[in-house]
Design a protein around this ligand. Structure first.
Ligand SMILES: *Cc1c(COP(=O)(O)O)cnc(C)c1O
Length: 425
């Protein structure tokens, strides 16, 4: 634990000593009134790496110069483009290379995974999700239940938060499984809860779910590129994520999916497309679908090159920085933000996110104690000062220091701005 101090000198000295400090210069920081804004919204849209523009332009040039030949020529032929991000993506999520694929978007991947891994029967038809799940997760799960002819009123089980700040204990998950486990087909939980910032223990949840005969999948939208994941070792059956949050893949970036190695060659029902067909015989264009072993077998279409080019750049930055080093810095940065709030601003702000670093990532969800009106006023004041977080109704400001481009000085700037606002009444 660092010996945190509130002075500018201390924060600047920490930044100067940060082994990852040079990475900030690789990103475009949105300006505010001629200076860098203080950007804390990597949980919603990560920043653009400077190298992205050239990478996308290079593909546009190949298209212009090579036309269809771009599939086979150029520095990175398009035919295998999703392969170029595989190793780095696998490293970020702690998976074997064959267990991950960059494809589609989160919502699409969630449905594709449920087609294969939600196989309800009359006795076991339910899905366990969290109460307060992100809308897409709830809509997707509910629509799958209906698609199979079951009734969400009985087949959708929502786990209610049992801790004072709206977070959920492992014991609550254990109780839900003890009570309903025999009729649950699928346990579908987040890696990090988007509203509270709580991180879940994927391995422990998977173990519990499997013990009760359930399939276990995770939505890692807020976890990927944020926590040091060990997806393979977690033993989860599948996971899905988007790449525009901490992964800095760009707005609407290509999402990802993980399918555990033990399902690599399993015969599973799936919605198939030609890009999931065994790549060695894909171009024989035969009528019979033979899936490529591993996560690749769930691909539908040939990959969107212009959307994967930014991902390649961004994942390469993750490779150079390393998830372990990023995670170490992330704990210090978020710890500093929490310390500033608790020691300087406890009369106006209350941190909802668990304080145990093992139960959270970068994000702190901060409740404004005076309620919605004052909270909204504070949020707007911060935005006007160039301090960019986001607002979640009714009274929560989410602030996420991202270790690739945020600094200790940024956390201090947030605290100073709240203090000025407080003094102004
Ligand atoms: C951001 C987010 C999504 C977004 O889904 P898209 O399909 O990428 O639009 C879904 N689920 C969770 C939990 C999220 O945080």
């Amino acid at each position: 634990m660092l010996d945190y101090q509130a002075t500018a000198d201390w924060a600047n000295a920490r930044d100067a000593a940060d082994p990852l400090r040079a990475f900030r210069d690789e990103f475009l920081i949105p300006p505010h009134e001629g200076r860098d804004s203080t950007y804390f919204c990597g949980n919603s849209l990560g920043l653009q790496p400077r190298a992205v523009r050239d990478a996308v332009n290079a593909e546009l040039d190949y298209w212009g110069e090579l036309g269809v030949e771009g599939h086979f020529k150029g520095r990175l032929p398009w035919m295998d483009y999703h392969e170029y991000v595989r190793a780095d993506l696998a490293a970020v999520v702690g998976a074997q290379p064959g267990e991950v694929v960059a494809m589609n978007t989160l919502g699409v991947n969630l449905h594709l995974m449920m087609v294969s891994f939600y196989r309800p029967t009359a006795e076991r038809s339910a899905i366990l999700i969290e109460g307060g799940a992100f809308p897409t997760d709830r809509y997707a799960v509910e629509s799958q239940i209906r698609f199979h002819g079951f009734d969400p009123a009985t087949a959708l089980i929502e786990l209610q938060p049992d801790e004072p700040n709206g977070t959920t204990s492992l014991a609550a998950i254990e109780r839900a499984l003890a009570e309903h486990g025999s009729r649950i087909a699928l346990v579908m939980l987040p890696g990090v809860q988007y509203r509270t910032g709580q991180a879940f223990d994927l391995k422990a949840i998977t173990e519990l779910g499997h013990k009760h005969g359930c399939t276990v999948g995770f939505d890692l939208a807020h976890a990927v590129g944020n926590l040091p994941l060990q997806l393979h070792d977690s033993n989860a059956d599948f996971a899905i994520w988007c790449s525009y949050k901490y992964l800095n893949g760009g707005p609407g970036a290509v999402g990802g999916a993980f399918v555990h190695e033990r399902h690599a060659t399993a015969v599973l029902p799936r919605f198939a497309g030609w890009w999931g067909h065994d790549k060695h015989t894909r171009f024989q264009m035969g009528p019979e679908f033979q899936p490529t072993p591993g996560a690749d077998g769930w691909q539908l279409s040939n990959p969107p090159i212009l959307a994967l080019a930014p991902m390649r750049i961004s994942l390469e930055i993750f490779r150079r920085a390393g998830m372990a080093a990023l995670s170490e810095k992330s704990r210090q940065l978020t710890g500093y933000l929490e310390w500033l709030v608790q020691t300087q601003l406890a009369d106006v702000l209350d941190v909802v996110t668990p304080s145990d670093p093992a139960r959270r990532g970068a994000q702190l969800s901060i409740r404004v104690v005076d309620g919605r009106e004052r909270g909204r006023a504070l949020f707007e004041y911060l935005m006007a000062q160039g301090i960019i977080g986001d607002w979640r109704e009714p009274d929560v400001i989410r602030i996420s220091p991202a270790p690739l481009y945020n600094r200790f000085a940024d956390c201090r700037a947030f605290a100073e701005a709240v203090r000025r606002w407080k003094q102004a009444g």
